[in-house]
Write a protein that binds this ligand. Structure first.
Ligand code: ADP
Ligand code: MG
Length: 291
């Protein structure tokens, strides 16, 4: 239930919101955010956000800078608790942050800036969770790390340290760290993968590599949310697209519908026009990466 008092309710985008994703939704929702509000100090970032993530679907979360996409991922993962509103994981309501309760879903997140441990080797970074769990012998963990590094084309870097790697390589290592699991133990695979701008700042070749990996891990973990500014990443990794604006969902549809919808937010996003309902400063920043 929403605990937000009505006088805090924002000027809603609901009138403009177009749900073009109605037919044949796989059910039930893995994650449901209901009437979620979240602020940093005085700044309200999530503003009555309603969003469902469905099993077996890859959802691209798009929107201009500062509109609350990363915060949404942090709320889904439990790194952040919302000020009000509900976070439901397979129908179970999260009451405490991830640091205090694990929750109903195994969620893995690929952070925008790789977030590798600088003092640890690639092996120790990728194997971190398995090494901490101490369920497997070290030689098996080494084998698994090697196997998952192969998936991202990084097996030669197993003994290296993050500072010896380029930005694109670090991203691939962080991807391996997020997706690693023990194939003999089903319960160790992630249920949901969250990627925060996995291809931002990468050249087209490096982006394609990452997009391929994201597609390839869909056989292991088919449910994911990919925050991205890049159209190539949307087209190559997503089934569904959710457009956020000022902390709310203003459009929700299939990738193909991006081209055909007359939703004004989507039209402006796709055309890069400075005229329209999206804030022009953040749009300018956004379109610089999408010539
Ligand atoms: N930890 C934080 N403390 C204060 N402000 C933050 C913090 N994280 C994000 N913000 C602010 O919240 C807004 C939304 O941030 P974010 O969710 O990162 O947006 P996006 O990922 O869409 O660019 C931004 O204006 C950002 O500066
Ligand atoms: Mg962000």
């Amino acid at each position: 239930m929403c605990t937000q008092s009505t006088d805090q309710k924002p000027a809603s985008h609901t009138d403009n919101q177009q749900q073009e994703h109605k037919e044949s939704k796989p059910k039930p929702a893995e994650v449901e955010l209901r009437n979620v509000f979240h602020s940093y100090g005085e700044k309200r970032v999530l503003n009555d956000l309603n969003l469902s993530i469905y099993s077996g679907e890859s959802t691209a979360l798009i929107g201009t800078s500062g509109t609350g996409k990363s915060t949404t991922l942090r709320v889904i993962s439990g790194l952040e608790l919302p000020d009000s509103g509900d976070v439901l994981l397979r129908g179970w309501k999260r009451e405490k942050p991830l640091s205090q309760e694990r929750g109903k879903l195994r969620v893995s997140m690929v952070f925008q800036h790789a977030a590798l441990f600088d003092s640890m080797s690639v092996y120790e970074n990728v194997g971190f969770r398995l090494l901490q769990q101490r369920r497997l012998p070290e030689d098996r963990i080494y084998e698994l790390v090697l196997e998952f590094l192969k998936r991202v084309d990084m097996e030669d870097a197993i003994e290296k340290f993050p500072e010896q790697l380029s930005g694109g390589m670090r991203k691939r290592v962080s991807l391996a760290r997020a997706i690693i699991y023990d194939p003999d133990d089903d319960t160790s695979a992630p249920d949901l993968l969250l990627y925060d701008e996995p291809t931002a700042g990468l050249d087209p070749t490096a982006s394609t590599r990452i997009e391929n990996v994201i597609r390839n891990v869909q056989d292991v973990c088919p449910t994911s949310v990919v925050v991205t500014h890049q159209f190539s990443t949307i087209r190559r990794t997503a089934d569904r697209v959710v457009l956020m604006h000022e902390g709310q969902v203003v459009w929700d549809g299939k990738v193909e519908q991006l081209e055909t919808t007359d939703n004004p937010y989507v039209r402006q996003f796709m055309s890069g026009s400075l005229e329209g309902p999206l804030n022009s400063d953040s749009l300018r920043e956004l379109t610089e990466g999408n010539p």
